[in-house]
Design a protein around this ligand. Sequence first.
Ligand code: SAM
Length: 233
Amino acid sequence: MDAHNLSQRLLTVASFVEEGARLADIGSDHAYLPAYLALNGKLSYAVAGEVVKGPYENAQHVIRKEGLENQVVARLADGLAAITEADEIDTITICGMGGPLIVDILSRDPSKLARHPRLILQPNVGESSVRQWLCQNNYHLENEVILSEDKHTYEILVANYQSGPQMVLTAQELKYGPYLMTEKNSAFVAKWQAKITKLQKVQAQLQKAKEVPTIKMAALTSEIEEIEAMLYG
Ligand code: SAM
């Protein structure tokens, strides 16, 4: 992967960045996403924020190598501390981190979200905590995508701020994603089928115990049935 050839995951994220955006990519280890967008004429301006020095230097290197210094700036900073009011950021991408870390980054300083930027988030795990944060902070899901690449499954959540009533998601929608569980594409079915297989393996292990833990077994059965009903019900 480089600034000219993104992974399918980052290409999908890029496809949700609107023409002329002022983007902050937080956790931008090579600045590939903002560099790609700038090279393709889709950005007005971008900040590539990185908290670790090595990845930050990689981002600086890519920006210089691609001649994008006038459009993309790398900043060594923790989370949204990378952006200032003067940046006039209207879009934030946070990709390739756990959901709880994404929530932590979004929650730390509400003033950084005062302009209500469009959010494009790609949690590696803990997607439900991100959906929960969106509900609680007046963000409404515009779209969700799930895709498989290199034996990993990725979920991408796209959300916009709306004043007025908050988005309300059921427990199932928080867990599976309202768009994803409606579409049920092959990556989605494979993800949840793999989860069923994993839970069944745990059950098979527990079954071998001298005293089978019945409460735990029942909880696993109930979770398996819930996933099956969602997938095939
Ligand atoms: N966003 C890129 C992508 O999706 O390919 C890079 C993902 S990489 C797995 C996660 C990056 O986030 C790392 O470079 C890490 O240093 C950075 N990171 C983690 N916590 C951060 C924080 N609080 N602020 C800024 N960057 C952070």
